[in-house]
Design a binder for this molecule. Structure first.
Ligand SMILES: NC(=O)c1ccc[n+]([C@@H]2O[C@H](COP(=O)([O-])OP(=O)(O)OC[C@H]3O[C@@H](n4cnc5c(N)ncnc54)[C@H](OP(=O)(O)O)[C@@H]3O)[C@@H](O)[C@H]2O)c1
Length: 282
């Protein structure tokens, strides 16, 4: 795990995803242990959402973070599009904070774009920011046109980050969205960074080139995939795992630098996009 400058804040390049966690009581303890293993080894960014398990993920995260210094954590949650306007927005936030047993979020994301007028949602998020209940606001599953429209709204330029699907098998956003965000210093949070939770599945971990590199660097294929996702020192990846050993492997992968010729070998198998592609989402 390496610390990067993420929109002016020092954050680890590997965080903790929590989709599909918290709902199975038999797995609650191991999931809690896994999150705590991550925190204790520097993965202090935790990504959850009101959607995940209808709040179960937030309850798990709240339980896991309870022993730790809240100020050393960077908590991300997300609201449904149908909660993108007041009074629903404040109600959704209040419920998320209660489940997380905290008084503020570090980052509150619009989970995906719905029908609400963007200018109104931005104004209301800024009001929540002013209240201190959220430190920053951002978006998720926004494509280039959405981002351009967002930045045209009053206050839109204060967006902190965009969280999108990004892994070796899904490189579409490299064509125009990532360069556009980089020019404006709006960082990317890469979800499904190892593709394993993605129903689109590219079987990345069993790809022969990925496996050859795993042998060369003496790491697992998943670590190659994660190192690739965070290779530019600007992206924060949020892999999900319920296995403490995998958590440790993922954190270590954030320190791995792939050589230029190895990146080129991966480009051969998983080419960069040469035209605009529709935003990939799951
Ligand atoms: N904003 C959005 O719309 C959105 C959408 C999707 C996801 N997300 C966020 O992104 C997070 C990650 O995405 P994801 O859950 O779809 O997929 P992912 O992180 O790419 O893959 C998760 C899968 O990978 C396995 N895994 C993780 N580390 C491993 C390792 N070192 N070795 C072997 N297997 C490993 C996990 O199983 P084990 O438990 O066995 O390790 C799990 O089945 C989510 O949890 C969520 O927080 C956000």
């Amino acid at each position: 795990m390496t610390v990067i400058d993420f929109n002016g804040i020092q954050l680890p390049n590997i965080g903790i995803g929590t989709w599909h966690m918290g709902s199975d009581h038999r797995r609650f303890q191991i999931e809690r242990d896994t999150i705590q293993t991550g925190i204790e080894h520097g993965a202090t960014v935790i990504d959850t959402a009101e959607m995940y398990g209808n709040g179960d993920s937030e309850i798990l995260v709240g339980n896991a973070i309870a022993p730790y210094n809240r100020q050393q954590l960077f908590l991300i949650s997300k609201f449904y599009p149908q909660h993108a306007l007041e009074p629903s927005l404040s109600q959704a936030l209040t419920a998320s904070l209660a489940r997380l047993q905290t008084t503020y979020l570090d980052l509150y994301l619009y989970h995906w774009r719905g029908e609400a007028p963007l200018n109104q949602t931005v104004a209301e998020l800024q009001a929540l920011q002013a209240s201190g209940k959220i430190r920053h606001w951002g978006v998720s599953n926004f494509d280039l046109a959405d981002m351009q429209e967002l930045l045209d709204q009053p206050g839109g330029k204060t967006v902190f980050a965009n969280e999108d699907l990004y892994n070796l098998g899904e490189r579409g956003i490299e064509y125009s969205l990532i360069p556009w965000q980089n020019q404006r210093q709006i960082p990317l949070i890469a979800y499904s960074p190892i593709d394993a939770g993605d129903s689109r599945h590219h079987n990345l971990a069993t790809n022969p080139t990925v496996q050859t590199l795993a042998s060369k660097y003496r790491v697992t294929p998943y670590q190659i995939l994660l190192a690739w996702t965070v290779r530019n020192q600007q992206t924060l990846a949020i892999p999900q795992t319920s296995n403490p050993d995998h958590m440790l492997e993922n954190i270590v992968a954030g320190n791995l630098t792939l050589a230029a010729d190895d990146l080129a070998a991966l480009d051969q198998v998983f080419p960069k996009p040469n035209r605009k592609e529709p935003l990939a989402v799951i």
